[in-house]
Write a protein that binds this ligand. Structure first.
Ligand code: M6R
Length: 617
Protein backbone atom coordinates (compact mmCIF):
# COMPACT_ATOMS: atom_id res chain seq x y z
CA UNK A 1 0.00 0.00 0.00
CA UNK A 2 1.32 3.42 -1.00
CA UNK A 3 3.85 3.72 -3.77
CA UNK A 4 7.17 5.51 -3.53
CA UNK A 5 9.42 6.55 -6.36
CA UNK A 6 12.68 8.49 -6.43
CA UNK A 7 15.28 9.54 -8.94
CA UNK A 8 18.72 11.12 -8.64
CA UNK A 9 20.64 11.86 -11.82
CA UNK A 10 23.40 13.84 -13.45
CA UNK A 11 22.26 13.10 -17.01
CA UNK A 12 22.18 16.40 -18.88
CA UNK A 13 19.25 15.60 -21.15
CA UNK A 14 17.01 13.70 -18.78
CA UNK A 15 13.68 15.41 -18.06
CA UNK A 16 13.43 14.64 -14.38
CA UNK A 17 9.84 15.95 -14.16
CA UNK A 18 8.47 13.63 -16.82
CA UNK A 19 10.48 10.79 -15.44
CA UNK A 20 9.24 11.09 -11.85
CA UNK A 21 5.67 11.73 -13.01
CA UNK A 22 5.65 8.60 -15.17
CA UNK A 23 7.26 6.59 -12.37
CA UNK A 24 4.67 7.50 -9.77
CA UNK A 25 1.82 6.96 -12.26
CA UNK A 26 3.01 3.40 -12.69
CA UNK A 27 2.67 2.90 -8.94
CA UNK A 28 -0.79 4.40 -8.65
CA UNK A 29 -2.35 0.95 -8.31
CA UNK A 30 -0.75 0.76 -4.86
CA UNK A 31 -3.01 3.52 -3.53
CA UNK A 32 -4.71 6.55 -4.99
CA UNK A 33 -6.03 8.74 -2.18
CA UNK A 34 -3.47 11.48 -2.68
CA UNK A 35 -0.12 12.13 -4.24
CA UNK A 36 2.92 14.38 -3.96
CA UNK A 37 6.32 15.16 -5.44
CA UNK A 38 9.33 17.01 -4.03
CA UNK A 39 12.19 18.41 -6.13
CA UNK A 40 15.44 19.90 -4.84
CA UNK A 41 17.02 22.96 -6.47
CA UNK A 42 19.22 25.77 -5.11
CA UNK A 43 19.34 24.00 -1.73
CA UNK A 44 15.57 24.29 -1.34
CA UNK A 45 12.72 21.78 -1.39
CA UNK A 46 9.90 22.36 -3.89
CA UNK A 47 6.80 20.39 -2.90
CA UNK A 48 3.61 19.79 -4.91
CA UNK A 49 0.96 17.63 -3.27
CA UNK A 50 -2.78 17.22 -2.79
CA UNK A 51 -5.55 14.71 -2.21
CA UNK A 52 -7.16 12.93 -5.17
CA UNK A 53 -5.99 10.79 -8.05
CA UNK A 54 -2.70 11.61 -9.75
CA UNK A 55 -4.22 12.93 -12.99
CA UNK A 56 -6.58 15.25 -11.11
CA UNK A 57 -3.70 16.67 -9.06
CA UNK A 58 -1.51 16.93 -12.15
CA UNK A 59 -4.15 19.09 -13.88
CA UNK A 60 -4.00 21.56 -10.99
CA UNK A 61 -0.34 21.45 -10.03
CA UNK A 62 1.56 20.31 -13.16
CA UNK A 63 3.44 17.70 -11.21
CA UNK A 64 6.07 17.24 -13.93
CA UNK A 65 7.16 20.90 -13.97
CA UNK A 66 10.35 21.15 -11.95
CA UNK A 67 12.61 24.00 -10.84
CA UNK A 68 15.68 24.75 -12.96
CA UNK A 69 18.70 22.65 -12.18
CA UNK A 70 16.85 19.99 -10.22
CA UNK A 71 18.52 16.59 -10.39
CA UNK A 72 16.63 14.84 -7.61
CA UNK A 73 12.95 14.09 -7.02
CA UNK A 74 10.88 11.89 -4.69
CA UNK A 75 7.24 11.04 -5.23
CA UNK A 76 4.47 9.24 -3.35
CA UNK A 77 0.99 7.91 -4.04
CA UNK A 78 -0.98 7.27 -0.86
CA UNK A 79 -3.42 4.73 0.58
CA UNK A 80 -4.41 6.52 3.76
CA UNK A 81 -3.84 4.89 7.14
CA UNK A 82 -3.03 7.63 9.68
CA UNK A 83 -5.16 10.64 8.94
CA UNK A 84 -7.69 11.12 6.13
CA UNK A 85 -6.60 11.75 2.53
CA UNK A 86 -6.05 15.51 2.72
CA UNK A 87 -3.40 17.75 1.24
CA UNK A 88 -1.67 18.18 4.59
CA UNK A 89 -1.51 14.41 5.18
CA UNK A 90 -0.14 13.73 1.69
CA UNK A 91 3.51 12.87 1.34
CA UNK A 92 6.22 14.09 1.28
CA UNK A 93 6.26 15.07 4.93
CA UNK A 94 8.81 17.68 6.02
CA UNK A 95 10.74 18.74 9.13
CA UNK A 96 10.28 22.11 10.91
CA UNK A 97 12.75 23.94 8.66
CA UNK A 98 11.53 22.51 5.33
CA UNK A 99 14.93 20.96 4.68
CA UNK A 100 14.17 17.24 4.98
CA UNK A 101 11.51 15.43 2.93
CA UNK A 102 10.31 11.88 3.50
CA UNK A 103 8.01 9.55 1.56
CA UNK A 104 6.87 6.39 3.34
CA UNK A 105 5.10 3.11 2.72
CA UNK A 106 4.16 1.27 5.91
CA UNK A 107 3.12 2.05 9.47
CA UNK A 108 5.20 3.31 12.39
CA UNK A 109 3.77 1.58 15.43
CA UNK A 110 5.34 3.72 18.17
CA UNK A 111 4.57 7.07 16.57
CA UNK A 112 2.50 8.44 19.49
CA UNK A 113 5.40 8.10 21.94
CA UNK A 114 7.91 9.52 19.45
CA UNK A 115 5.61 12.39 18.54
CA UNK A 116 5.19 13.39 22.20
CA UNK A 117 8.94 13.26 22.74
CA UNK A 118 9.58 15.43 19.68
CA UNK A 119 6.86 17.93 20.62
CA UNK A 120 8.45 18.26 24.05
CA UNK A 121 11.68 19.18 22.28
CA UNK A 122 9.92 21.94 20.35
CA UNK A 123 9.06 20.25 17.04
CA UNK A 124 5.88 21.42 15.39
CA UNK A 125 3.74 18.84 13.59
CA UNK A 126 1.44 19.80 10.73
CA UNK A 127 -0.14 16.50 9.73
CA UNK A 128 -1.86 13.56 11.40
CA UNK A 129 0.47 11.07 9.73
CA UNK A 130 2.87 8.68 11.44
CA UNK A 131 5.37 9.49 8.67
CA UNK A 132 5.98 13.06 9.85
CA UNK A 133 7.89 11.61 12.82
CA UNK A 134 10.78 10.68 10.54
CA UNK A 135 11.83 14.11 9.17
CA UNK A 136 11.57 15.58 12.68
CA UNK A 137 13.63 12.75 14.18
CA UNK A 138 16.31 13.23 11.52
CA UNK A 139 16.24 16.99 12.07
CA UNK A 140 16.70 16.42 15.80
CA UNK A 141 19.55 13.99 15.24
CA UNK A 142 21.34 16.31 12.84
CA UNK A 143 21.84 18.73 15.74
CA UNK A 144 24.11 16.16 17.35
CA UNK A 145 25.37 14.01 14.45
CA UNK A 146 26.01 16.46 11.65
CA UNK A 147 26.12 13.54 9.21
CA UNK A 148 22.92 12.78 7.29
CA UNK A 149 23.42 9.01 7.11
CA UNK A 150 24.10 8.74 10.85
CA UNK A 151 21.11 10.96 11.63
CA UNK A 152 18.90 8.66 9.54
CA UNK A 153 20.30 5.51 11.15
CA UNK A 154 19.65 6.70 14.69
CA UNK A 155 16.17 7.88 13.71
CA UNK A 156 15.35 4.46 12.27
CA UNK A 157 16.71 2.67 15.31
CA UNK A 158 13.98 4.36 17.34
CA UNK A 159 11.18 3.32 15.00
CA UNK A 160 9.02 0.22 15.38
CA UNK A 161 6.80 -1.10 12.62
CA UNK A 162 6.99 -1.55 8.88
CA UNK A 163 8.48 0.93 6.48
CA UNK A 164 10.05 1.63 3.15
CA UNK A 165 11.34 5.20 3.25
CA UNK A 166 12.98 7.52 0.78
CA UNK A 167 14.57 10.59 2.29
CA UNK A 168 16.23 13.69 0.85
CA UNK A 169 17.75 16.83 2.32
CA UNK A 170 17.85 20.21 0.58
CA UNK A 171 21.58 20.59 1.30
CA UNK A 172 22.39 17.26 -0.42
CA UNK A 173 20.91 17.64 -3.92
CA UNK A 174 22.65 14.52 -5.24
CA UNK A 175 21.72 12.07 -2.47
CA UNK A 176 18.66 9.98 -1.64
CA UNK A 177 18.73 7.74 1.42
CA UNK A 178 16.39 4.76 1.44
CA UNK A 179 15.58 2.35 4.24
CA UNK A 180 13.54 -0.80 4.34
CA UNK A 181 11.89 -2.91 7.02
CA UNK A 182 9.05 -5.21 5.91
CA UNK A 183 7.69 -2.93 3.15
CA UNK A 184 9.14 -3.53 -0.33
CA UNK A 185 11.78 -1.32 -1.94
CA UNK A 186 13.85 -1.84 -5.08
CA UNK A 187 16.61 0.20 -6.71
CA UNK A 188 17.07 0.66 -10.45
CA UNK A 189 20.50 1.30 -11.90
CA UNK A 190 20.79 3.19 -15.19
CA UNK A 191 23.59 5.24 -16.79
CA UNK A 192 24.22 8.31 -14.57
CA UNK A 193 20.86 7.79 -12.86
CA UNK A 194 19.69 5.81 -9.84
CA UNK A 195 16.06 5.07 -9.02
CA UNK A 196 14.20 3.78 -6.00
CA UNK A 197 10.65 2.47 -6.13
CA UNK A 198 8.11 0.27 -4.40
CA UNK A 199 8.32 -2.14 -7.28
CA UNK A 200 10.14 -2.83 -10.49
CA UNK A 201 7.60 -1.81 -13.20
CA UNK A 202 7.98 1.81 -12.02
CA UNK A 203 11.46 2.10 -13.56
CA UNK A 204 11.34 -0.73 -16.07
CA UNK A 205 11.19 1.78 -18.94
CA UNK A 206 14.63 3.09 -17.96
CA UNK A 207 16.52 0.05 -16.73
CA UNK A 208 16.26 -3.67 -16.06
CA UNK A 209 19.17 -3.70 -13.64
CA UNK A 210 18.07 -3.64 -10.05
CA UNK A 211 18.91 -4.30 -6.43
CA UNK A 212 16.32 -5.60 -3.99
CA UNK A 213 16.67 -4.12 -0.54
CA UNK A 214 16.47 -6.52 2.40
CA UNK A 215 14.94 -5.83 5.82
CA UNK A 216 16.96 -3.41 7.94
CA UNK A 217 19.08 -2.27 5.04
CA UNK A 218 19.85 1.33 4.22
CA UNK A 219 21.18 2.52 0.87
CA UNK A 220 22.72 5.81 -0.16
CA UNK A 221 21.80 6.58 -3.74
CA UNK A 222 23.80 8.93 -5.94
CA UNK A 223 23.67 9.26 -9.76
CA UNK A 224 26.60 6.88 -10.26
CA UNK A 225 26.78 4.86 -7.08
CA UNK A 226 24.85 3.00 -4.40
CA UNK A 227 26.25 2.12 -0.98
CA UNK A 228 24.51 -0.41 1.28
CA UNK A 229 24.58 -0.63 5.08
CA UNK A 230 22.90 -2.74 7.73
CA UNK A 231 20.96 -0.40 10.00
CA UNK A 232 21.43 -2.40 13.18
CA UNK A 233 25.14 -3.22 12.90
CA UNK A 234 25.83 -0.07 10.84
CA UNK A 235 28.29 -2.19 8.85
CA UNK A 236 28.73 -1.70 5.11
CA UNK A 237 27.24 -4.50 3.00
CA UNK A 238 29.63 -5.62 0.28
CA UNK A 239 28.80 -7.61 -2.86
CA UNK A 240 25.09 -6.90 -2.97
CA UNK A 241 23.70 -8.83 -5.93
CA UNK A 242 22.73 -6.77 -8.99
CA UNK A 243 19.86 -8.52 -10.76
CA UNK A 244 18.68 -8.30 -14.36
CA UNK A 245 14.91 -8.43 -14.76
CA UNK A 246 13.59 -10.20 -17.85
CA UNK A 247 10.23 -8.38 -17.99
CA UNK A 248 9.90 -5.91 -20.81
CA UNK A 249 8.33 -2.49 -20.50
CA UNK A 250 5.33 -3.47 -22.65
CA UNK A 251 4.30 -5.71 -19.78
CA UNK A 252 3.78 -2.64 -17.60
CA UNK A 253 1.96 -0.53 -20.26
CA UNK A 254 -1.67 -0.68 -21.39
CA UNK A 255 -0.58 -1.27 -25.00
CA UNK A 256 -3.83 -0.12 -26.59
CA UNK A 257 -6.19 -1.69 -24.05
CA UNK A 258 -8.50 0.66 -22.14
CA UNK A 259 -7.55 -0.85 -18.81
CA UNK A 260 -4.83 -3.03 -17.30
CA UNK A 261 -7.49 -5.44 -16.08
CA UNK A 262 -8.66 -6.19 -19.62
CA UNK A 263 -5.12 -6.40 -20.95
CA UNK A 264 -4.13 -8.79 -18.19
CA UNK A 265 -7.13 -11.07 -18.83
CA UNK A 266 -6.02 -11.26 -22.47
CA UNK A 267 -2.46 -12.00 -21.33
CA UNK A 268 -3.60 -15.13 -19.51
CA UNK A 269 -2.74 -17.58 -22.30
CA UNK A 270 0.78 -16.12 -22.48
CA UNK A 271 1.17 -16.13 -18.68
CA UNK A 272 0.11 -19.78 -18.59
CA UNK A 273 2.43 -20.87 -21.41
CA UNK A 274 5.34 -19.25 -19.60
CA UNK A 275 4.39 -20.66 -16.21
CA UNK A 276 4.18 -24.10 -17.79
CA UNK A 277 7.99 -23.86 -18.10
CA UNK A 278 8.72 -23.83 -14.36
CA UNK A 279 11.84 -26.02 -14.11
CA UNK A 280 11.05 -29.70 -13.43
CA UNK A 281 13.74 -29.82 -10.74
CA UNK A 282 11.94 -27.15 -8.69
CA UNK A 283 8.59 -28.89 -9.16
CA UNK A 284 10.13 -32.18 -8.09
CA UNK A 285 11.68 -30.75 -4.95
CA UNK A 286 8.38 -29.01 -4.04
CA UNK A 287 6.37 -32.18 -4.69
CA UNK A 288 8.72 -34.38 -2.66
CA UNK A 289 8.30 -32.06 0.31
CA UNK A 290 4.54 -32.55 0.10
CA UNK A 291 4.81 -36.32 -0.29
CA UNK A 292 7.06 -36.54 2.77
CA UNK A 293 5.04 -34.20 4.98
CA UNK A 294 2.68 -35.35 7.68
CA UNK A 295 0.58 -32.17 7.91
CA UNK A 296 0.04 -29.81 5.00
CA UNK A 297 -1.51 -26.35 5.12
CA UNK A 298 -2.10 -23.91 2.31
CA UNK A 299 -2.55 -20.26 3.12
CA UNK A 300 -3.03 -16.95 1.30
CA UNK A 301 -5.27 -13.87 1.08
CA UNK A 302 -8.03 -12.79 -1.30
CA UNK A 303 -7.68 -14.06 -4.84
CA UNK A 304 -4.56 -16.02 -3.95
CA UNK A 305 -6.62 -17.84 -1.32
CA UNK A 306 -9.21 -18.84 -3.90
CA UNK A 307 -6.40 -19.99 -6.21
CA UNK A 308 -5.19 -22.07 -3.25
CA UNK A 309 -8.65 -23.62 -2.82
CA UNK A 310 -8.80 -24.49 -6.51
CA UNK A 311 -5.20 -25.73 -6.63
CA UNK A 312 -5.33 -27.81 -3.47
CA UNK A 313 -8.29 -29.66 -4.95
CA UNK A 314 -6.13 -30.75 -7.90
CA UNK A 315 -3.12 -31.58 -5.72
CA UNK A 316 -5.04 -33.74 -3.24
CA UNK A 317 -6.36 -35.83 -6.14
CA UNK A 318 -2.87 -37.23 -6.67
CA UNK A 319 -1.28 -36.70 -3.28
CA UNK A 320 -3.73 -38.87 -1.36
CA UNK A 321 -3.43 -36.58 1.68
CA UNK A 322 -5.61 -33.83 3.04
CA UNK A 323 -4.47 -30.23 2.68
CA UNK A 324 -5.96 -27.78 5.14
CA UNK A 325 -6.67 -24.37 3.57
CA UNK A 326 -6.63 -21.47 6.04
CA UNK A 327 -6.92 -17.78 5.26
CA UNK A 328 -3.58 -16.31 6.24
CA UNK A 329 -5.04 -13.72 8.61
CA UNK A 330 -6.49 -16.62 10.68
CA UNK A 331 -3.48 -18.90 10.42
CA UNK A 332 -1.74 -18.06 13.68
CA UNK A 333 -4.96 -17.92 15.72
CA UNK A 334 -5.98 -21.35 14.50
CA UNK A 335 -2.60 -23.06 14.71
CA UNK A 336 -1.24 -21.58 17.90
CA UNK A 337 -0.31 -24.58 20.08
CA UNK A 338 -0.75 -27.17 17.36
CA UNK A 339 1.77 -26.57 14.57
CA UNK A 340 3.51 -29.93 14.73
CA UNK A 341 6.81 -31.29 13.43
CA UNK A 342 6.87 -32.52 9.85
CA UNK A 343 4.42 -29.84 8.75
CA UNK A 344 4.60 -28.03 5.44
CA UNK A 345 2.95 -24.69 4.73
CA UNK A 346 2.25 -23.71 1.15
CA UNK A 347 2.09 -19.91 0.98
CA UNK A 348 0.59 -18.36 -2.14
CA UNK A 349 0.90 -14.67 -3.01
CA UNK A 350 1.09 -12.69 -6.22
CA UNK A 351 3.16 -9.92 -4.66
CA UNK A 352 5.00 -11.93 -2.04
CA UNK A 353 4.56 -8.88 0.22
CA UNK A 354 1.08 -9.25 1.76
CA UNK A 355 1.67 -8.59 5.44
CA UNK A 356 -1.22 -10.82 6.56
CA UNK A 357 0.67 -13.70 4.94
CA UNK A 358 4.23 -12.73 5.82
CA UNK A 359 3.39 -12.42 9.51
CA UNK A 360 2.08 -15.98 10.06
CA UNK A 361 4.91 -17.39 7.95
CA UNK A 362 7.45 -15.67 10.17
CA UNK A 363 5.53 -16.79 13.23
CA UNK A 364 5.38 -20.42 12.04
CA UNK A 365 9.14 -20.56 11.48
CA UNK A 366 9.79 -19.16 14.91
CA UNK A 367 7.18 -21.32 16.65
CA UNK A 368 8.44 -24.54 15.10
CA UNK A 369 11.69 -24.20 13.11
CA UNK A 370 11.20 -27.68 11.62
CA UNK A 371 8.19 -26.41 9.62
CA UNK A 372 8.92 -26.05 5.90
CA UNK A 373 7.64 -23.05 3.96
CA UNK A 374 6.93 -23.68 0.29
CA UNK A 375 5.88 -20.60 -1.58
CA UNK A 376 4.29 -19.70 -4.89
CA UNK A 377 4.69 -16.08 -5.94
CA UNK A 378 5.02 -13.91 -9.03
CA UNK A 379 7.81 -11.73 -7.67
CA UNK A 380 11.44 -12.84 -7.56
CA UNK A 381 13.20 -11.63 -4.42
CA UNK A 382 9.96 -10.65 -2.64
CA UNK A 383 9.76 -10.88 1.17
CA UNK A 384 7.90 -14.18 0.97
CA UNK A 385 10.71 -15.79 -1.03
CA UNK A 386 13.19 -14.78 1.63
CA UNK A 387 11.23 -16.62 4.31
CA UNK A 388 10.73 -19.75 2.22
CA UNK A 389 12.55 -23.06 2.01
CA UNK A 390 11.40 -23.66 -1.56
CA UNK A 391 9.93 -21.25 -4.08
CA UNK A 392 8.02 -21.63 -7.34
CA UNK A 393 7.82 -18.44 -9.40
CA UNK A 394 4.75 -17.98 -11.57
CA UNK A 395 5.64 -16.33 -14.86
CA UNK A 396 2.64 -14.02 -15.25
CA UNK A 397 4.78 -10.90 -15.71
CA UNK A 398 3.92 -7.69 -13.87
CA UNK A 399 0.26 -7.38 -12.91
CA UNK A 400 -0.79 -3.74 -12.56
CA UNK A 401 -4.60 -4.05 -12.36
CA UNK A 402 -5.61 -4.03 -8.69
CA UNK A 403 -7.91 -6.97 -9.38
CA UNK A 404 -5.74 -10.05 -9.75
CA UNK A 405 -6.52 -11.96 -12.96
CA UNK A 406 -3.58 -13.47 -14.84
CA UNK A 407 -1.77 -14.23 -11.59
CA UNK A 408 -4.81 -16.23 -10.38
CA UNK A 409 -4.73 -18.62 -13.35
CA UNK A 410 -0.93 -18.85 -13.10
CA UNK A 411 -1.14 -19.82 -9.43
CA UNK A 412 -3.72 -22.54 -10.08
CA UNK A 413 -1.67 -23.82 -13.01
CA UNK A 414 1.45 -23.98 -10.81
CA UNK A 415 -0.41 -26.11 -8.29
CA UNK A 416 -1.70 -28.27 -11.15
CA UNK A 417 1.90 -28.79 -12.29
CA UNK A 418 2.82 -29.81 -8.75
CA UNK A 419 -0.13 -32.23 -8.75
CA UNK A 420 1.04 -33.93 -11.94
CA UNK A 421 4.61 -34.11 -10.67
CA UNK A 422 3.26 -35.82 -7.55
CA UNK A 423 1.32 -38.25 -9.75
CA UNK A 424 4.59 -39.09 -11.54
CA UNK A 425 6.55 -39.53 -8.32
CA UNK A 426 3.93 -41.64 -6.56
CA UNK A 427 3.45 -43.92 -9.56
CA UNK A 428 -0.22 -44.52 -8.71
CA UNK A 429 -1.33 -43.77 -12.28
CA UNK A 430 -0.11 -45.32 -15.53
CA UNK A 431 2.26 -43.21 -17.64
CA UNK A 432 -0.42 -43.07 -20.28
CA UNK A 433 -2.95 -41.55 -17.88
CA UNK A 434 -0.44 -39.01 -16.64
CA UNK A 435 0.38 -38.10 -20.23
CA UNK A 436 -3.31 -37.46 -20.94
CA UNK A 437 -3.51 -35.09 -17.96
CA UNK A 438 -0.38 -33.28 -19.19
CA UNK A 439 -1.85 -32.90 -22.66
CA UNK A 440 -5.09 -31.54 -21.21
CA UNK A 441 -3.14 -29.05 -19.08
CA UNK A 442 -1.09 -27.96 -22.07
CA UNK A 443 -4.27 -27.22 -24.01
CA UNK A 444 -5.54 -24.81 -21.32
CA UNK A 445 -3.97 -21.62 -22.81
CA UNK A 446 -5.52 -22.41 -26.22
CA UNK A 447 -8.93 -23.00 -24.65
CA UNK A 448 -8.79 -19.62 -22.91
CA UNK A 449 -7.53 -17.87 -26.06
CA UNK A 450 -10.33 -19.39 -28.06
CA UNK A 451 -12.92 -18.40 -25.45
CA UNK A 452 -11.70 -14.80 -25.24
CA UNK A 453 -11.78 -14.43 -29.02
CA UNK A 454 -15.43 -15.40 -29.37
CA UNK A 455 -17.39 -14.50 -26.26
CA UNK A 456 -17.01 -10.80 -25.50
CA UNK A 457 -20.37 -9.85 -27.04
CA UNK A 458 -22.15 -12.56 -25.08
CA UNK A 459 -20.57 -11.37 -21.82
CA UNK A 460 -21.59 -7.77 -22.60
CA UNK A 461 -25.13 -8.98 -23.32
CA UNK A 462 -25.28 -10.79 -19.96
CA UNK A 463 -23.99 -7.70 -18.17
CA UNK A 464 -26.80 -5.62 -19.74
CA UNK A 465 -29.25 -8.36 -18.79
CA UNK A 466 -28.12 -8.34 -15.17
CA UNK A 467 -27.76 -4.60 -14.99
CA UNK A 468 -30.66 -4.05 -12.57
CA UNK A 469 -29.70 -6.90 -10.26
CA UNK A 470 -27.60 -5.50 -7.49
CA UNK A 471 -26.93 -8.93 -6.05
CA UNK A 472 -27.05 -12.55 -7.15
CA UNK A 473 -25.21 -15.84 -6.71
CA UNK A 474 -22.48 -17.79 -8.38
CA UNK A 475 -23.16 -21.41 -7.41
CA UNK A 476 -20.99 -24.48 -7.91
CA UNK A 477 -19.85 -27.73 -6.38
CA UNK A 478 -16.44 -29.25 -5.71
CA UNK A 479 -13.41 -27.46 -7.15
CA UNK A 480 -15.62 -24.93 -8.93
CA UNK A 481 -16.66 -23.42 -5.58
CA UNK A 482 -13.27 -21.67 -5.75
CA UNK A 483 -14.23 -20.32 -9.19
CA UNK A 484 -17.58 -19.13 -7.82
CA UNK A 485 -15.91 -17.39 -4.89
CA UNK A 486 -13.25 -15.77 -7.05
CA UNK A 487 -15.90 -14.64 -9.56
CA UNK A 488 -17.87 -13.12 -6.70
CA UNK A 489 -14.78 -11.35 -5.36
CA UNK A 490 -14.02 -9.84 -8.79
CA UNK A 491 -17.54 -8.40 -9.07
CA UNK A 492 -17.40 -7.01 -5.54
CA UNK A 493 -14.02 -5.42 -6.18
CA UNK A 494 -14.44 -3.80 -9.55
CA UNK A 495 -18.20 -3.51 -10.08
CA UNK A 496 -19.22 -2.74 -6.46
CA UNK A 497 -21.87 -5.47 -6.56
CA UNK A 498 -22.52 -7.87 -3.70
CA UNK A 499 -22.27 -11.12 -5.60
CA UNK A 500 -21.77 -14.20 -3.48
CA UNK A 501 -19.87 -17.30 -4.58
CA UNK A 502 -21.44 -20.23 -2.72
CA UNK A 503 -21.76 -23.99 -2.66
CA UNK A 504 -24.73 -25.04 -4.81
CA UNK A 505 -25.43 -27.87 -2.38
CA UNK A 506 -25.41 -25.58 0.64
CA UNK A 507 -27.49 -22.85 -0.97
CA UNK A 508 -30.65 -24.70 -0.01
CA UNK A 509 -29.68 -24.31 3.66
CA UNK A 510 -30.45 -20.60 3.56
CA UNK A 511 -29.58 -18.49 0.51
CA UNK A 512 -32.32 -20.10 -1.59
CA UNK A 513 -34.84 -18.02 0.35
CA UNK A 514 -33.72 -14.99 -1.70
CA UNK A 515 -34.91 -16.54 -4.95
CA UNK A 516 -38.00 -14.99 -6.61
CA UNK A 517 -39.29 -14.98 -10.19
CA UNK A 518 -36.43 -13.76 -12.40
CA UNK A 519 -33.74 -13.81 -9.68
CA UNK A 520 -30.47 -14.58 -11.50
CA UNK A 521 -28.20 -17.43 -10.49
CA UNK A 522 -25.03 -18.22 -12.38
CA UNK A 523 -24.04 -21.89 -12.18
CA UNK A 524 -20.48 -23.00 -12.85
CA UNK A 525 -20.98 -26.43 -14.33
CA UNK A 526 -17.97 -28.26 -15.76
CA UNK A 527 -18.57 -31.94 -16.56
CA UNK A 528 -16.73 -33.28 -13.51
CA UNK A 529 -17.79 -35.72 -10.80
CA UNK A 530 -20.16 -33.12 -9.30
CA UNK A 531 -22.11 -32.48 -12.51
CA UNK A 532 -25.10 -34.80 -11.99
CA UNK A 533 -25.76 -33.45 -8.51
CA UNK A 534 -25.43 -29.91 -9.79
CA UNK A 535 -28.21 -30.66 -12.30
CA UNK A 536 -30.43 -31.28 -9.28
CA UNK A 537 -29.42 -27.95 -7.74
CA UNK A 538 -30.14 -26.10 -10.99
CA UNK A 539 -33.62 -27.65 -10.98
CA UNK A 540 -34.24 -26.53 -7.39
CA UNK A 541 -33.54 -22.93 -8.35
CA UNK A 542 -35.42 -23.13 -11.63
CA UNK A 543 -38.47 -24.50 -9.84
CA UNK A 544 -38.55 -21.30 -7.78
CA UNK A 545 -38.49 -19.00 -10.78
CA UNK A 546 -34.73 -18.34 -10.85
CA UNK A 547 -33.18 -17.06 -14.08
CA UNK A 548 -30.47 -19.63 -14.84
CA UNK A 549 -27.26 -18.54 -16.48
CA UNK A 550 -24.71 -21.31 -16.69
CA UNK A 551 -21.08 -21.86 -17.60
CA UNK A 552 -20.78 -25.19 -19.36
CA UNK A 553 -18.53 -26.93 -21.88
CA UNK A 554 -19.40 -26.68 -25.56
CA UNK A 555 -20.98 -30.15 -25.84
CA UNK A 556 -23.14 -29.75 -22.73
CA UNK A 557 -26.81 -30.68 -23.03
CA UNK A 558 -28.50 -31.28 -19.64
CA UNK A 559 -27.76 -28.00 -17.86
CA UNK A 560 -28.03 -26.15 -21.16
CA UNK A 561 -31.63 -27.32 -21.46
CA UNK A 562 -32.40 -25.94 -18.01
CA UNK A 563 -30.70 -22.59 -18.62
CA UNK A 564 -31.93 -19.25 -19.92
CA UNK A 565 -28.45 -18.32 -21.10
CA UNK A 566 -25.27 -20.39 -21.38
CA UNK A 567 -21.65 -19.36 -21.61
CA UNK A 568 -19.86 -22.18 -23.40
CA UNK A 569 -16.22 -22.96 -22.67
CA UNK A 570 -14.54 -24.57 -25.68
CA UNK A 571 -13.03 -27.55 -23.94
CA UNK A 572 -13.50 -31.30 -24.51
CA UNK A 573 -15.87 -33.15 -22.19
CA UNK A 574 -13.48 -35.57 -20.51
CA UNK A 575 -12.11 -36.03 -17.00
CA UNK A 576 -8.63 -34.89 -18.08
CA UNK A 577 -9.77 -31.42 -19.15
CA UNK A 578 -12.40 -31.18 -16.43
CA UNK A 579 -9.72 -31.37 -13.74
CA UNK A 580 -8.40 -28.01 -14.91
CA UNK A 581 -11.78 -26.27 -15.24
CA UNK A 582 -10.94 -23.91 -12.39
CA UNK A 583 -8.43 -22.36 -14.82
CA UNK A 584 -10.50 -22.45 -18.01
CA UNK A 585 -13.81 -21.25 -16.52
CA UNK A 586 -12.60 -18.21 -14.58
CA UNK A 587 -11.84 -15.82 -17.51
CA UNK A 588 -15.60 -15.66 -18.25
CA UNK A 589 -16.29 -14.35 -14.74
CA UNK A 590 -13.33 -11.96 -14.85
CA UNK A 591 -14.67 -10.49 -18.10
CA UNK A 592 -18.14 -10.28 -16.60
CA UNK A 593 -16.76 -8.27 -13.68
CA UNK A 594 -14.76 -6.04 -16.04
CA UNK A 595 -17.75 -5.16 -18.26
CA UNK A 596 -20.04 -4.79 -15.23
CA UNK A 597 -17.61 -2.16 -13.89
CA UNK A 598 -17.77 -0.29 -17.21
CA UNK A 599 -21.56 -0.57 -17.25
CA UNK A 600 -21.64 1.24 -13.91
CA UNK A 601 -19.04 3.85 -14.94
CA UNK A 602 -16.45 2.51 -12.54
CA UNK A 603 -12.74 2.36 -13.25
CA UNK A 604 -11.88 -1.36 -12.99
CA UNK A 605 -8.20 -0.54 -12.48
CA UNK A 606 -8.87 1.60 -9.42
CA UNK A 607 -11.50 -0.05 -7.21
CA UNK A 608 -12.67 2.07 -4.31
CA UNK A 609 -10.66 1.70 -1.07
CA UNK A 610 -8.39 -1.03 -2.46
CA UNK A 611 -4.69 -1.19 -3.14
CA UNK A 612 -2.83 -3.86 -5.04
CA UNK A 613 -0.45 -4.93 -2.32
CA UNK A 614 -1.64 -4.90 1.26
CA UNK A 615 1.34 -4.18 3.49
CA UNK A 616 -0.53 -3.00 6.60
CA UNK A 617 -2.30 -5.16 9.15
O1 M6R B 1 -0.31 -10.19 -3.47
P1 M6R B 1 -1.24 -11.23 -2.89
O2 M6R B 1 -1.60 -12.29 -3.85
O3 M6R B 1 -0.74 -11.79 -1.59
O4 M6R B 1 -2.55 -10.42 -2.55
C1 M6R B 1 -3.61 -11.04 -1.88
C2 M6R B 1 -4.87 -10.20 -1.92
O5 M6R B 1 -4.67 -8.97 -1.30
C3 M6R B 1 -5.33 -9.97 -3.36
O6 M6R B 1 -5.54 -11.17 -4.03
C4 M6R B 1 -6.62 -9.14 -3.40
O7 M6R B 1 -7.68 -9.89 -2.92
C5 M6R B 1 -6.84 -8.64 -4.82
N1 M6R B 1 -7.38 -7.33 -4.80
C6 M6R B 1 -7.67 -9.56 -5.62
O8 M6R B 1 -8.12 -9.07 -6.82
Amino acid sequence: MCGIFGIVTNEENLNIGNNVFEGIKRLEYRGYDSCGIVYIANKKLFVKKDSGKIDEIHKKLKLNEFPNGSKLALAHTRWATHGPPTKINSHPQLDCNNKIAVVHNGILENFFELKEELISKGHVFKSETDTEIIPHLIEENLNTHGNLKEAVVSAIKKCKGAFALAICHADYPDTIIVVRRESPLVLGIAKNTTYCASDIPAFLKYTRKCYILDDDELAILRPNSVEFFNIMSEKRIENKKLMTIDWNIGAAEKEGYDHFMLKEIYEEPMALRRTMKIPTESLKEFSESLINAEHIYITAAGTSFYASLAGKFIVTKFLGKYIEAIECSEFKTQLDNCLEDNSVIIAVSQSGETIDLIEPIRWAKKYNPSVKILSITNIVGSTLTRHSDQVLITQAGPEIGVAATKTYVSQVLTLALVALEIAKLRKKLSNEEIQKYYEALQSVPDIIENFLEKNVDLIKYIVKNLEKNLNFFFLARGASIATAKEGGLKLKEVACRFIEGYSAAHAKHGPISLVREGYPIIFIAPPDETYERLVGNVMEFKARGGKIISLVVESDVKITNLSDITIRIPQPEDKYHSLFSSITFIPALQLLAYYAALEHNLDPDKPLNLAKTVTVH
